[in-house]
Write a protein that binds this ligand. Structure first.
Ligand SMILES: *Cc1c(COP(=O)(O)O)cnc(C)c1O
Length: 419
């Protein structure tokens, strides 16, 4: 769906030049068709499983409404994400409130909304029980367990190692479920794990599933009626053009194993998954304009988006494919490093890429920017956040306006002695 016409990158049937003429740059542009392809791929690979979209990957309301309308539930990590997921219309019964450090306010909000909780500590369990009892509610919970599995991904996004801050260690899981069975207001109904993100080798998922099913068997003997086994998110996408497993591959790897291990249980839990990146990652390109080309020891292409707009390369050393969006048919001629406008040497979007001859005014497309892109953006260096656009066939809409200078001071106040 990212093709070109007259050498201009097109998203579905819209040339990016047409969009940036109106919105300016930088701008994130999302294809509705690709989003729906991804949703359908998951639904056909996992027709009987519970699919919860991990809201943190991209919480734009328009995208979340499309995702909710496809019957997905939501995995939320904060009060703000719960608020956004509610606005988007996700079915509360399919919302799981995650997080290792939830405040009382967040727990109250989740209980009022009627969502389920992934519980990360015994302290949290006691707080949920207390608030649920006070409000006369019963809350279905799962414990986030730490399976101690190496997902073979970037260390900052490996979340199931034993030294990770997430989850309850294996040897304490029994005690946790015992306490949950005793306390009022909470019903232990599931088990939850999430081993990491951008995982391209499927074997760690199978490994983790087996560990979780071992625990499931153990806690069932305590009297827990397991209704769901949530294996989290983490399926990687093809940033580098070297291929990535599809939802179907993922299903082929874990569903037979799940069915086999489920047969050992008395209860009949549903398998849940929480994909984020693999739903939205490849749906979106970031378009940024070249302010200057500087030749020297290296050839630098200086663009108007830096790690204020897309932090992944600076934060995780991530690779994103780039192209010159207005010279799609031109031959690659020279090697360039694409850098942003931020006052930090780490502000590099793409290193040593062969591109057609780049000139000031050209547009650079940064692909696969739909996950952990805009959501991680900031106003650093006094730069208002950029716009977001959704393309639908030959139509397009701005789904988030570019911020103004006013937004830079939106919540600031001057003491009266400075007025
Ligand atoms: C981040 C996260 C996800 C989503 O991960 P992706 O790699 O984007 O699929 C799902 N579940 C939990 C608990 C997470 O922390």
């Amino acid at each position: 769906m990212f093709l070109s016409s007259d050498g201009i990158l097109t998203i579905e049937n819209v040339k990016v030049t047409e969009i940036v003429e109106e919105t300016g740059t930088p701008v994130y542009i999302t294809s509705k068709a690709i989003l729906e392809n991804n949703l359908n791929a998951y639904k056909s690979a996992f027709p009987n499983e519970g699919l919860l979209y991990a809201v943190k990957a991209n919480n734009n309301l328009a995208l979340m409404k499309i995702i909710a309308s496809h019957g997905f539930g939501a995995d939320v990590f904060s009060d703000g994400e719960l608020y956004l997921a509610s606005l988007a219309g996700f079915d509360k019964k399919k919302v799981l409130f995650n997080g290792n450090s939830k405040s009382r306010k967040e727990i109250e909000m989740g209980i009022t909304a009627g969502v389920k909780f992934s519980v990360d500590s015994l302290d949290e369990l006691r707080t949920i029980s207390e608030i649920a009892r006070e409000s006369g509610k019963e809350v279905e919970i799962a414990f986030r367990v730490n399976p101690d599995v190496d997902p073979k991904t970037h260390p900052k996004i490996a979340t199931g190692l034993k030294e990770s801050k997430f989850g309850i260690p294996h040897e304490m899981v029994r005690e946790a479920y015992e306490l949950a069975l005793k306390l009022d207001g909470v019903v232990p109904a599931g088990i939850h794990c999430h081993i990491g993100s951008q995982i391209l080798d499927l074997s760690p998922f199978v490994h983790a599933l087996n560990k979780v099913m071992d625990i499931a068997k153990e806690i069932e003997q305590l009297g827990v009626d397991l209704r769901f086994v949530d294996m989290g998110g983490g399926l990687g996408i093809d940033y580098e053009g070297k291929g990535a497993p599809t939802p179907k591959d993922f299903a082929n790897a874990i569903l037979p194993e799940f069915e086999k291990r489920k047969a050992e249980l008395n209860s009949d839990p549903q398998l849940w998954l929480e994909p984020g990146r693999s739903i939205v990652g490849n749906t979106t390109v970031l378009i940024t304009r070249v302010n200057a080309v500087k030749r020297g020891y290296k050839n630098f292409v200086a663009v108007d988006a830096g790690f204020n707009i897309l932090i992944r390369p600076a934060m995780y050393g991530s690779y994103h494919r780039v192209a010159v969006a207005n010279k799609m048919n031109a031959e690659a001629e020279e090697t360039y490093t694409v850098v942003g406008p931020i006052c930090e040497s780490g502000d590099i979007l793409a290193k040593d890429r062969k591109l057609p001859k780049v000139e000031a005014g050209d547009l650079i497309a940064v692909f696969d920017a739909g996950a952990y892109g805009f959501v991680m953006s900031s106003q650093y260096n006094g730069r208002p956040r950029c716009a977001e656009v959704l393309v639908n066939g030959d139509k397009w809409n701005v789904i988030r306006e570019r911020e103004s200078y006013g937004d830079l001071i939106a919540k600031q106040k001057l003491p009266d002695w400075l007025l």
